[in-house]
Design a binder for this molecule. Structure first.
Ligand SMILES: Cc1cc2nc3c(=O)[nH]c(=O)nc-3n(C[C@H](O)[C@H](O)[C@H](O)COP(=O)(O)OP(=O)(O)OC[C@H]3O[C@@H](n4cnc5c(N)ncnc54)[C@H](O)[C@@H]3O)c2cc1C
Ligand code: FES
Length: 295
């Protein structure tokens, strides 16, 4: 042995991305937001099999509950994008079926599969210099939380930040503590519920009823809307009727997905593959498509 060829080469950097293969992220915190909704904080493993690139607000991951299945879930926070990769992720998810119930039950320490980032972003920074109008219905506030956090992180770059929130009941209201903090930070927050109990002194009714009292400046506003399809349609139509140009109204579309990466065609909506060309789409493109029913 001469020693030649025995020098160790540095460990190879894992591949930048492998969109078909989940990387195992660990749950580091779990916060119960409501009876059926949790916010999970995930961290990149110490030795990732491959690197998951940084997520932008509005993009989504395919999250795997091992042995159960995989579902698309948006990022709800800013996470930690050190070195251009997703070192830490935040997702808020509501338990509605087998996979989301399994993810909802995940405890700190457990492993979840992550693929992504997928889809288009809210492109919040393109709204610099304008008022930001955010309208959320139910779990739709989860992907929009990242819009609020992005705007607050660079507050002087934006005009008014108006946040209009609709929930089924007061108990279903997401991020109640954060809404108070955002109010103190200058976000104009208004909340309405579909059904109230006796302890509720706020508004009752549809989220669209909050638009008029908000006294928007349509010529200088960019709107971000997320919720059930019908809520987004009524909201976007109401905002357009008040004079916000449709190309400055952004909605986040939801369709059933499999690959998340534009390969399988499962999420096709007219000419769009929602996983690739969405989920965030201008209402100028989305309006006609949102009237198409999913098969
Ligand atoms: C791009 C994108 C981003 C998403 N981001 C989020 C997110 O941030 N947080 C989150 O909680 N969800 C999000 N979703 C929705 C989430 O993917 C679905 O709730 C999930 O796929 C349901 O899978 P499941 O196996 O748990 O339930 P399934 O077995 O597929 O569904 C169980 C039952 O729930 C109904 N259902 C399915 N989805 C919903 C829904 N969204 N709301 C109400 N009922 C539903 C079904 O019709 C069925 O009756 C997103 C979806 C997309 C396409
Ligand atoms: S989910 Fe496969 S193409 Fe969109």
């Amino acid at each position: 042995m001469t020693g030649q060829g025995t020098a160790r080469s540095p460990p190879a950097e894992p591949a930048a991305t492998a969109p078909a293969v989940p990387c195992f992220y660990r749950v580091i915190s779990r916060r119960e937001d409501t009876s059926d909704t949790v916010t999970l904080e995930l961290t990149e493993p110490a030795r990732p099999s491959h690197l998951i690139p940084a997520f932008a607000p509005g993009q989504f991951a395919m999250l795997t509950a091992f042995g159960v299945g995989e579902v698309p879930i948006s990022v709800s926070g800013l996470g930690d994008n050190g070195g251009g990769r997703a070192r830490r992720l935040e997702h808020t998810l509501r338990a509605v079926g087998a996979v989301t119930r399994a993810l909802h039950a995940a405890q700190p320490g457990s492993l979840i599969g992550v693929r992504g980032p997928f889809g288009t972003s809210w492109d919040v920074t393109s709204a610099a210099g304008r008022d930001i109008v955010i309208v959320a219905g139910g779990i739709g506030l989860a992907p929009l939380r990242s819009v609020v956090l992005t705007a607050l992180a660079d507050r002087p770059s934006y005009g008014r930040i108006v946040l209009l929130v609709g929930a089924r009941t007061p108990d279903d209201l997401l991020y109640a503590g954060e809404l108070e903090r955002w109010r103190r930070d200058g976000v104009e927050v208004a909340v309405t519920v579909d059904r109230a109990d006796t302890g509720w002194s706020g508004a009752v009714g549809l989220v669209t009823a909050l638009i008029e009292p908000a006294r928007l400046a349509p010529g200088n506003s960019v709107a971000f809307v997320c919720g059930p399809d019908i809520m987004m349609r009524f909201t976007a139509d109401a905002l357009a009727a008040r004079g916000i140009p449709v190309h400055r109204i952004r909605v986040s579309l939801e369709r059933n997905m499999r690959c998340g990466a534009g390969w399988c065609g499962h999420c096709q909506l007219g000419p769009l593959l929602v996983c690739r060309d969405g989920p965030v789409v201008g209402y100028d493109r989305a309006a006609a498509l949102m009237r198409v029913r999913e098969l």
